[in-house]
Design a protein around this ligand. Structure first.
Ligand code: PHE
Length: 346
């Protein structure tokens, strides 16, 4: 048995000399010292030998194990560039190892741009909860229970607590738009005149190349005693030119949103083809950005404003859309896959 162990040791030491990478050393360690290793196997037979030989063999086996482990360690340190004798030596002339430098996610960069543009027009930035209740997401925005407009914004609901009635504010859900934050929530707490934008994550049950279940929006509101549709037009035209950093044209198409009257869809010239028509704009020369309009009197009333004295405009746009146009990103989902090779480009 003594002989077998000695032979195994010599064989292992010889192999260690010949191996030239860490991986090979690891395999060798398992081959000899692992649970099913060659040396371990021999040691299992120790129970069959005479009582007086047991301690002798046991000691030898331990020494061999230590010797092999040390030899493996020394060999391995060559591969990682460190030798066991140079611990503590620091060569200041060697070039340093640069740590990977990150930067803000393109969505955050876009958010900051939007904040800057609206701040320069005297808008305040407000926030609201992502877990919203039915009242602020729908009812206060003139969308009662069972209103067909709810179909456009199907969302995710939170589990109801057993035996608990939901009360005036209704069920909890993931907000479908930031209008819940910019409109009644903020208006309730502030008297007019008011100019705010709310930005953040929203959720809907949609998924394809241009929709993800989680996306971002910015939503704005201005209320005063003499606000007209031209103020809305001027504000949005200026803001979009600044955000996209291009001299674009804008157009308004009549549309329906329960919380505005009149309501409109807001388009900008397609920045990919400069209005000539291309697959991105479906050959129309225009890109749809979002909705807008004059705040509905019922929404003003929900915020305890007097529609006879005050009126205002509201608008709500996605953030991914202008970002995709600006950087010519084809698939929205790539923004949220966290692949550094993609994100590094921005
Ligand atoms: N909240 C609407 C949406 O998400 C957009 C909108 C906001 C329309 C404000 C009009 C006024 O589709």
């Amino acid at each position: 048995m003594k002989k077998t162990l000695e032979q195994l040791k010599q064989k292992a030491l010889g192999e260690i000399q010949r191996i030239n990478d860490s991986e090979g050393l690891k395999n060798l360690e398992t081959e000899y010292l692992g649970r099913k290793g060659k040396i371990t196997k021999v040691l299992r037979e120790i129970k069959d030998i005479s009582e007086e030989m047991k301690p002798v063999i046991g000691k030898l086996a331990n020494e061999i194990k230590i010797e092999l482990t040390d030899a493996i360690k020394t060999a391995d340190s060559k591969f990682s560039g460190k030798s066991s004798t140079d611990k503590g030596f620091f060569d200041p002339t060697l070039p340093g190892i640069r740590s990977a430098e990150g930067h803000l996610h393109p969505i955050t960069q876009m958010l900051e741009r939007i904040w800057d543009v609206f701040r320069s027009m005297n808008f305040d930035i407000v926030d609201g909860p992502e877990i919203e209740n039915d009242y602020y997401n729908f009812q206060a925005l003139n969308i009662p229970q069972d209103h067909p407009a709810r179909d456009m914004q199907d969302t995710f609901y939170l589990k109801k607590e057993k035996n608990k009635s939901v009360g005036k504010y209704g069920e909890l859900l993931l907000r479908t738009h930031t209008s819940s934050a910019s409109q009644v929530r903020t208006m309730e707490k502030n008297k007019p005149p008011l100019r705010v934008i709310a930005t953040g994550k929203c959720y809907r049950r949609d998924e394809d190349v241009s929709h993800t279940p989680m996306f971002h929006q910015f939503d704005g509101v201005a209320v005063d005693s003499d606000i007209t549709f031209s103020d809305l037009k001027g504000t949005l035209h200026h803001a979009m030119r600044e955000i996209l950093e291009k001299d674009i044209k804008v157009r308004f198409r009549i549309s329906y949103f329960p919380f505005v009257e009149p309501g409109a869809e807001f388009d900008v010239t397609c920045t990919i083809c400069n209005g000539k028509g291309c697959p991105t704009c479906k050959n129309t020369g225009w890109l749809e950005m979002g909705g807008c309009g004059m705040i509905h009197p019922n929404v003003l009333k929900a915020a305890k404003y007097d529609p006879k004295k005050h009126q205002g405009f509201a608008f709500g746009f996605g953030i991914e859309r202008p970002l995709m146009i600006k950087h010519k990103i084809a698939d929205i989902r790539t923004l949220f896959e966290n692949d550094a090779r993609f994100l590094k480009q921005f």
